[in-house]
Design a binder for this molecule. Structure first.
Ligand code: SAM
Length: 280
């Protein structure tokens, strides 16, 4: 029986193209097209956007994105075995799906996507986190993307949205919240995937802000948070000493007790400290 978009059900696609999941590529596929449609909708209005999809696999989410009206989808997939299945989808949506075989950490996408660009991906955990950090730290802001809608292990999703004082609070939260607005939009149990992973997952949606929430030099903020969270159990006067010999005075000047620990310092306070160190 054909699925709602007229293409074959994903189980048939996987069987027809021999797409047995490979652990080395982090392959946990979503076969429920209602679920992939929900993830596509969580990305926002796609009808006036180009979408960058990373890791389309057999194309469940790709089909969701196209059915939700994405102007164009550029999909980057490392596993060549998936290409025939993706070509079938491209044929069904003429001119709207461009598939690039390659490693998302290496491909050059310049000139392929027109703004606004929404990025959507269900990726292996390590690749997802590395790409997220890259997308959050471009040389210029605003970045090439308007929004990111990404699948993570639930525990990583919590690190992205954590607030000062939360156990999960750290550099990822600072990076994600300084110039973007992240929120968890969907929780998925292991059984949502084939094969099921060991842990629960969550979809995080991030909207790019037009500019930073609080002014700071990105490199200084990065150095400060790397030092502070690199030794998160230490008091800041110890963990930040390498940044400035008179760090206690700088901390006090911006209202942070020198005995405080990184996990209790807000984004606003880290930005104030970064500015202060640049002025010194
Ligand atoms: N999007 C599909 C879905 O939701 O069912 C597949 C998700 S599966 C978790 C991850 C996909 O990312 C796989 O198809 C895998 O081959 C692909 N992948 C893994 N590493 C990649 C990389 N570095 N660049 C591009 N794709 C990658």
């Amino acid at each position: 029986m054909a699925a709602i978009d007229g293409l074959p059900p994903l189980r048939e696609v996987i069987a027809a193209h021999g797409l047995s999941a490979r652990k080395a590529l982090g392959q946990n596929f979503i076969l429920d097209l209602n679920l992939t449609a929900r993830i596509a909708r969580a990305a926002g209005d796609l009808t006036r956007a180009d979408v960058l999809e990373v890791g389309p696999g057999p194309g469940g989410l790709t089909r969701g994105l196209l059915a939700e009206g994405a102007r164009k989808v550029v999909a980057v997939e490392k596993d060549a075995r998936c290409l025939p299945a993706l070509a079938q989808i491209a044929g069904h949506y003429p001119g709207r799906l461009e598939v690039i075989q390659g490693d998302a950490l290496e491909v050059d996408l310049s000139g392929r996507l027109a703004p606004p660009v929404r990025v959507v991906a269900n990726l292996p955990y390590n690749v997802g986190t590395e790409l997220l950090v890259r997308w959050l730290t471009p040389p210029e802001w605003p970045p090439f993307w308007t929004s990111l809608t990404l699948m993570f292990q639930r525990e990583v999703a919590e690190r992205i949205v954590a607030r000062a004082g939360d156990d999960a609070y750290g550099r990822l939260a600072i990076l994600a919240q300084w110039r973007a607005e992240p929120r968890i939009v969907l929780d998925l149990p292991p059984q949502a995937f084939v094969p099921p992973p060991k842990v629960s997952s969550a979809v995080v949606h991030l909207d790019a802000l037009p500019g930073p929430r609080f002014p700071a030099n990105p490199r200084t903020l990065s150095r400060v948070t790397a030092a502070a969270f690199g030794q998160r159990r230490k008091m800041l006067r110890a963990s930040l000493r390498s940044l400035a010999p008179d760090i206690e005075a700088h901390l006090e000047a911006v209202g942070i007790p020198p005995t405080e620990r990184a996990e209790r310092v807000s984004l606003e306070q880290f930005c104030a400290l970064a500015r202060r160190l640049d002025e010194a």
